[in-house]
Design a protein around this ligand. Structure first.
Ligand SMILES: Nc1ncnc2c1ncn2[C@@H]1O[C@H](COP(=O)(O)OP(=O)(O)OP(=O)(O)O)[C@@H](O)[C@H]1O
Ligand SMILES: [Mg+2]
Length: 430
């Protein structure tokens, strides 16, 4: 503890120093006779306690007290006034200016030491408090930093979950597109073959009929026509024409399927900015979501959609599609995990109430054990094998429905008897 004693009287300084030396806890005693030097000494030596004589030439003790108290940097430095003035008015004035204590001269050793002890203890406590505040402030800063890092990490995870989901769906989509494309491809080969045969035949007709017609030779014309018909039969054009009809309608169907898939993908390519909402036809959205998650579902469950065609949602379509895909894929994966011999069932229903839209996804999979029901929305909670599920799907879905759309998401499930996920969204008039 460092103490500075300021008095213009050498005798007083000697006495004070003597008493201070007897006090425990005081490590450095600084003496000063010139009030003009006080500030510099306090600053240079990080003085803890200041003892000031009131009446001094140049700057008075009261003036110094006032200056220190005006600067909050010295708030925690106790200042003890030392004076021969022994009247209530002086006491009052000192305390009003912020003095910690007031000691009268001539100095009584016992009194001086016990008052100084109080000042030292108070300063120790205030130092501890300051350290505590500094530690808390530092911890607070660190927490803020950790929080910022966590937010960033969460964002990265959400992005990577999205990427993983997109990757999974992309594989399914590739499969869905590959099917129609492969038969359009093989149809094209037939078309090419038939076209060659047809063009060959047309050239033949041209060669064979043009001259007799030109020369009006009836007999030669008849002969040529007979040959043409024989060639027509040999080429089996009646069969080819039937087949061409099939090939064309088949290809048309394939092209339409691909077009539909691409159209449904557009819902995912629109910007997923949080605040971007517009009107979506719920049934349309659900059809599009089924189309892109079809590959995950079609081998394990039948799908039943019971959604009216007049429900319009005001929402962020990309985000809602993400929620629906996750719930559907969860249901399909849960059914698949049962290794059952029959196909499962996933049913989607929706209804419009006065002020909300209720959408339900029901599956007849294994359901969720009671002890897990409260955990499924926690980030990283998954019962799937390592590398299969990140456990983020439902936590992101919860965030999208509850925080971004002011809705609610609930699950009803009895272990062994499937699940029902219910999403309720408020109706927003646009
Ligand atoms: N329809 C369901 N049937 C049974 N269990 C389910 C169903 N839906 C969710 N769950 C349980 O909830 C857990 C958390 O689901 P969530 O979608 O958050 O993560 P995940 O599917 O495991 O992983 P991710 O979605 O990241 O691939 C699942 O691991 C599963 O145990
Ligand atoms: Mg999931």
């Amino acid at each position: 503890m460092k103490i500075l004693v300021v008095d213009d009287n050498q005798m007083n300084l000697t006495i004070v120093r003597h008493y201070l030396e007897e006090l425990p806890g005081i490590t450095d005693i600084f003496i000063c006779r010139n009030s003009k030097d006080v500030k510099a000494i306090v600053d240079e030596n990080a003085i803890d306690i200041l003892i000031l004589d009131i009446i001094m030439p140049d700057i008075s003790g009261l003036e110094l007290l006032k200056q220190f108290r005006e600067n909050e940097k010295y708030d925690s430095m106790p200042i003890i006034m030392l004076t021969a003035l022994d009247d209530t008015e002086s006491y009052r004035h000192c305390f009003e200016l912020g003095a910690f204590d007031y000691i009268t001269k001539p100095i009584n050793g016992m009194e001086f030491k016990s008052r100084l002890k109080v000042a030292v203890e108070s300063k120790i406590k205030s130092n501890k408090l300051q350290q505590l505040v500094a530690v808390t402030q530092k911890q607070n800063e660190e927490l803020k930093e950790i929080n910022a890092k966590l937010t960033e990490a969460k964002f990265q995870l959400v992005q990577s979950e999205k990427m993983a989901a997109i990757g999974q769906l992309a594989a399914g989509l590739a499969h869905e597109i590959n099917n129609p494309m492969s038969y359009v491809n093989s149809n094209y080969e037939f078309l090419r073959k038939y076209f060659l045969r047809l063009s060959d035949f047309l050239h033949y007709i041209d060669n064979r009929l043009r001259v007799p017609i030109h020369q009006h030779k009836q007999e030669a014309l008849c002969e040529a026509a007979t040959e043409v018909i024989a060639k027509y039969d040999a080429y089996q054009f009646n069969l080819i024409l039937d087949e061409l009809d099939n090939i064309l309608s088949d290809s048309e169907d394939g092209i339409q399927r691909v077009t539909k898939i691409i159209k449904s993908l557009r819902v995912f390519t629109r910007s997923a900015r949080d605040d971007e909402k517009s009107s979506y036809d719920l049934l349309d959205l659900i059809h599009q979501v089924f189309l892109i998650s079809k590959n995950e579902i079609k081998y394990v469950a039948y799908i039943e959609i019971d959604v009216p065609d007049d429900i319009i949602l005001y929402c962020n379509g990309v985000q809602l599609a993400q929620v629906f895909v996750n719930i559907l894929v969860n249901a399909a994966q849960a059914i698949k995990s049962q290794n059952r011999s029959d196909m499962g069932k996933i049913r989607v229903t929706a209804r419009h109430t006065d002020n909300s839209i209720v959408i339900q996804f029901e599956d007849d999979g294994p359901g969720i054990p009671k002890e897990n029901l409260s955990k499924i929305y926690e980030p990283f909670f998954t019962t799937k094998d390592i590398g299969k599920g990140t456990g983020l799907g439902l936590s992101i879905s919860y965030d999208i429905i509850v925080n971004k759309h002011n809705g609610s998401i609930q699950v009803q499930s009895e272990y062994g008897h499937g699940c029902i996920f219910t999403i309720i969204l408020p109706v927003i008039s646009t």
